[in-house]
Design a binder for this molecule. Structure first.
Ligand SMILES: Nc1nc2c(ncn2[C@@H]2O[C@H](COP(=O)(O)OP(=O)(O)OP(=O)(O)O)[C@@H](O)[C@H]2O)c(=O)[nH]1
Ligand SMILES: [Mg+2]
Ligand SMILES: [Zn+2]
Length: 291
């Protein structure tokens, strides 16, 4: 009777799945022919041992969730990486990524990288997020500042990274894993915009526990399908203010008695966060019209 084990799929490469067991040993597995499920990185699987750290992938355990971009299963957390400068933080992209995280029930943690650089003029809007109670870590992949705090939030979780190209996602990953083979941008571009160095998806293990996937930077993302009245449910910083709205299905736009608009006027919600909300609301309504 061959020995049966459980492990985590960390990479999928030309028909082989690399499965890590509890002891951290990686086995190269081929799926059993009758296995119908498509196996993803992040999947917890059962496999039987062959010789030489090879195995046969027998079964995929039930998934908690599944992301399409990057294609990865059982994601607990998303690290949204922005930089002090080069490139300056993009709060519109940040708000989009926060929406996607809350919509998919994945915990976000905002990382403000390149703390060794002077803060860009355009970075002011970012101060709202720690004040509003979002998970927020300032860091520098260059000096190593903040890496321990990041390792602590990822411990025993599966995390993905997201954020604009050039923010330092791969650099941070290299620092966190101690893996010098991770590719980063070699020439920092003068205009401060990146060029998408990262192209593939792989789950890297952290020495202190947990795993993290590098993903290419991106700047355009579609809003998820929903009713426009739903959008603000995915804004945890709006929650207490929504209680003062006159109508339960308030969209916080043209209504007269609206707790969210009052909070914006009083400065409790930042103007840019609210303006971005209105832009995303338009996009949600646009998408609703297409059904
Ligand atoms: N000054 C400074 N530069 C950094 C820091 N982290 C990364 N960089 C530089 O920023 C550039 C981009 O870093 P990458 O790690 O390749 O960025 P990325 O987010 O992975 O970019 P994509 O893969 O294109 O999405 C490189 O030149 C890094 O050396 C930091 O903390 N401080
Ligand atoms: Mg990268
Ligand atoms: Zn309202």
């Amino acid at each position: 009777m061959p020995e049966s084990r459980q492990g985590l799929v960390v990479k999928n490469y030309s028909g082989f799945y690399y499965v890590k067991d509890q002891e951290g040993v990686i086995y190269t597995c081929k799926p059993r022919g009758k296995l119908k499920t498509q196996v993803l990185s992040g999947d917890k699987v059962k496999f039987t041992l062959l010789e030489d750290q090879q195995g046969v992938l027998e079964d995929v355990l039930p998934r908690r969730n599944q992301l399409e971009r990057p294609r990865i299963a059982n994601v607990d957390m998303v690290l949204i990486v922005m930089a002090y400068d080069k490139p300056a933080p993009n709060v519109m992209l940040l708000d989009r990524l926060l929406l996607l995280a809350y919509y998919n029930q994945i915990r976000p943690c905002i990382i403000l990288n390149k703390a060794d650089l002077p803060k860009s003029e355009k970075a002011r809007g970012i101060d709202y997020y720690p004040q509003a109670g979002f998970n927020f870590i300032t860091a520098s992949a260059r000096t190593g500042w903040g890496m321990d705090a990041i390792a602590r939030v990822i411990k025993d979780k599966i995390a993905v990274m997201a954020g604009p190209s050039g923010a330092g996602k791969s650099s941070m990953l290299a620092k966190l894993t101690g893996d010098g083979s991770i590719k980063t941008q070699t020439v920092s571009s003068k205009i401060g915009r990146g060029r998408h160095t990262t192209r593939h998806v792989e789950l890297y293990s952290l020495p202190g526990g947990g795993a993290i996937a590098d993903t290419p930077g991106f700047s355009v993302l579609d809003v998820p399908p929903m009713k426009n009245q739903e959008l603000s449910w995915y804004y945890p910083d709006f929650t207490e203010h929504r209680e003062s709205c006159q109508f339960r299905d308030c969209v916080h736009k043209n209504e007269n008695v609206c707790g969210v608009k009052q909070a914006v006027a009083a400065g409790a919600i930042s103007a840019s966060r609210y303006e971005n909300y209105l832009i995303l609301l338009e996009e949600v309504m646009e998408k609703e019209r297409c059904y």
